[in-house]
Design a protein around this ligand. Structure first.
Ligand code: MN
Ligand code: FE
Length: 331
């Protein structure tokens, strides 16, 4: 019994655990529970309606990020439920996949909540995956990466089948959630640091915290499959993955340049592109691929945002009410 390809009954036998890390991520997800309605949008609505608070460039960037994420979250959920779940048959991994699928539903709900509160035109936001070329390209890339594993007759019984599954996992966990989400996160959190659209910004912080767990799970999953199927992890396949990730980085940099051509709050589009290269190196190292860019982090505050947010969640906001006793350390 391994992490993939179990018999029909094995997926129900969760104890004893084989992959304690998967169980750990499930617990982390539950401890981080939140829903968008906990975040007040009142100040955002006032700023959005005011003629002179949010500039035209900022509005465009906000709309683009809402447009990208509104459909990207359900793309990710669909990949988990319709593609990954069928092949990752280990029970504790499946428990986490169910948790992640629920979080993607929360994230999808977040963008419904943002559209409703700000009074945005859903036909504009929810068609950006077709009307904005740099969003369309990102979505098309990950949809393409899932094609082989949803094909009828697909099996992981062959080394090529395992590679196709890894290809999908790299597509969604590394490229989609790990790279395509991060220029948007940086833009929205940069706005929040200037006290602009703080409700939307706080929701992006919660999503980013969840995504950091999704990424960690996905990387451990990829590494476990590699360890159990070392023959599938050929040098040629690694080169193929590096090429795909590099293409993803270029697409994300292009998206950042399109979304804020004149920069934002003193940050220029090149810095967003450098940030994407910096995080791509970290993602690649995590799954045993060589770093490609060697950038320093241009936004050290992004890491601090995650840490500070955690502290705030633990001690101030209503999210703490969801914390289970076991995951809190009160003094
Ligand atoms: Mn998500
Ligand atoms: Fe996710």
């Amino acid at each position: 019994m391994g992490i993939i390809d179990n018999t029909a009954t094995d997926p129900n036998k969760i104890l004893p655990l084989r992959y304690a890390w998967a169980r750990g991520y499930y617990k982390a997800g539950v401890a981080n529970n939140w829903v968008p309605e906990e975040v007040s949008m009142q100040k955002d609505v006032e700023q959005w309606k005011a003629p002179d608070v949010i500039s035209a460039d900022e509005r465009r960037l906000i709309l683009w990020n809402l447009g990208f994420f509104s459909t990207a979250e359900s793309l990710t959920a669909n990949n988990i439920v319709l593609a990954v779940y069928a092949h990752v048959t280990n029970p504790e991994c499946r428990q986490y996949l169910l948790r992640q699928a629920f979080e993607e539903a929360i994230h999808t709900d977040t963008f419904i909540y943002c559209c409703d509160s700000l009074g945005l035109d859903p036909d504009e936001i929810y068609t950006m995956y077709r009307t904005i070329p740099s969003i369309e390209r990102k979505d098309a890339m990950v949809i393409e990466m899932t094609r082989s594993i949803v094909a009828p007759g697909f099996t992981t019984a062959t080394a090529q089948g395992v590679r196709d599954l890894l290809h999908d996992l790299v597509g969604y966990y590394v490229i989609m959630e790990g790279i395509f989400f991060y220029a948007g996160f940086a833009m929205m959190l940069a706005l929040k640091r200037q006290n602009k659209m703080v409700g939307v910004g706080e929701q992006f912080e919660f999503i980013m915290r969840d995504e950091s767990v999704h990424l960690a799970f996905g990387s451990d999953l990829i590494n476990a499959i590699k360890a159990e199927h070392p023959h599938s992890w050929t040098p040629a396949f690694q080169d193929e993955l590096i090429d795909l990730i590099r293409r993803g980085v270029e697409m994300e940099a292009a998206y950042a340049r399109d979304a804020c051509p004149r920069g934002l709050l003193g940050i220029n589009a090149d810095q967003f592109a450098a940030y994407v290269e910096y995080i791509a190196d970290r993602r690649m190292e995590r799954i045993g691929l060589p770093r490609q860019y060697g950038r320093d982090n241009p936004f050290p505050w992004m890491a601090q945002t995650i840490d500070l947010n955690k502290e705030k969640n633990f001690f101030e906001t209503r999210v703490t009410e969801y914390q289970t006793a076991g995951s809190l350390t009160w003094d």
